[in-house]
Design a protein around this ligand. Structure first.
Ligand code: BTN
Length: 321
């Protein structure tokens, strides 16, 4: 009901409680209660005795109704669970995916304004204060589990494109899951999945975007290697617009991926790669391998030419500084 009222408030400069009550078939007291609810969410609404209610400003929050207004995707983000604070959107998304392993939930988002226990790769913490974009997408792709790397890279390409479209800032993909601006991390992706032998049950893609965060607010140990869009552009970005753009881009690429058309995504991934052509050290768990990153293959694996000249395929690992 609050959403319906919002829709009319957005359409007209002023609308009276009486008219709203009539259109919506509820009492004027019920309208008033819904207006209070909207005000509590952060909408600034004034009321004039003669003219009625007027929407003055909307809150700078990633509220479902704000994201869905003007969102032109088919199914990504059509359902959104929003929270002012969560431990981790990935944890909540995984609970939902487990509980309701039905493909109707494909594209559902879990969004939080803040995370109290945001998770990064390899059990690291992910700093998630207000001002960032912290979300998880629930998917049920009919793909092999070996697609995990391709799913993460696809998400990274969509992020780079969305950042460029909304802020004109050029960013790069650090294999396998980071987006960098000027060598510093601006987004991280944590892809988690449940699989059976040769099929994926569900995938949760956790995406963290340092949007409107001040670098001085980052914990000291990550300040040196982190950045935010606000810091880079010198002004706040519209988180709603950026998220809408990302979701649209993501759906476009994800559709290609589902049709097993990774090649064209890979091309873009290589174009935006921060890793290719560099001499790097990769931690693959049991050891650290040195070499030159010469390619990313059709499976999303990194091809490293070792110092002895041998080229090896790295499916999963972390590039060290
Ligand atoms: C990394 O670079 O290590 C991955 C970071 C992923 C962070 C995002 S924020 C939203 C989602 N929820 C989490 O707890 N983590 C991911």
């Amino acid at each position: 009901m609050a959403n319906d009222i919002l829709k009319y408030l957005k359409e007209k400069k002023y609308i009276s409680g009486e008219v709203l009550a009539r259109i919506l078939g509820i009492s004027r007291v019920a309208v008033w209660k819904q207006i209070q609810k909207l005000k509590n969410m952060g909408y600034k609404i004034t009321s004039d005795q003669n003219l009625g209610y007027c929407l003055v400003s909307r809150p700078d929050l990633l509220l479902p109704q704000e994201i869905q207004r003007g969102l032109s995707t088919e199914y990504i983000g059509k359902e959104i669970d929003y929270f002012p604070e969560l431990k981790s959107t990935n944890t909540t998304a995984k609970e939902k995916a487990l509980y309701k392993a039905e493909r109707i939930d494909e594209g559902k988002l879990i969004i939080a304004e803040r995370q109290s226990a945001g998770k990064g790769r390899l059990g690291r913490e992910w700093f998630s204060p207000a001002g960032g974009i912290w979300l998880s997408i629930i998917l049920y792709p009919q793909l092999f589990p070996s697609y995990i790397s391709r799913i993460t890279l696809t998400t990274a390409v969509a992020l780079v494109q969305a950042i460029k479209a909304c802020t004109q800032i050029e960013s790069q993909i650090k294999w396998p899951n980071d987006v960098l601006i000027n060598e510093k991390k601006v987004c991280g992706i944590l892809t988690e999945m449940s699989t059976e032998l040769d099929m994926i049950n569900w995938v949760v893609i956790g995406i963290g975007i340092n949007a409107n965060i001040n670098i001085c607010d980052f914990p000291e140990d990550i300040q040196k290697n982190s950045t935010s869009l606000k810091e880079t552009s010198g002004k706040e970005v519209s988180r709603v617009k950026l998220l809408q753009t990302f979701l649209k881009e993501f759906e476009k690429y994800y559709e290609k991926l589902k049709k097993k058309e990774f090649s064209s995504i890979l091309k873009e991934c290589k174009f935006f790669s921060h890793t290719l052509g560099k001499k790097i050290r990769v931690d693959i768990g049991e050891k650290i391998i040195k070499g030159e990153a010469i390619d990313i293959n059709e499976s999303g694996a990194l091809i490293l030419k070792k110092e002895d000249g041998e080229s090896i395929e790295i499916i999963s690992g972390t590039i060290l500084k």
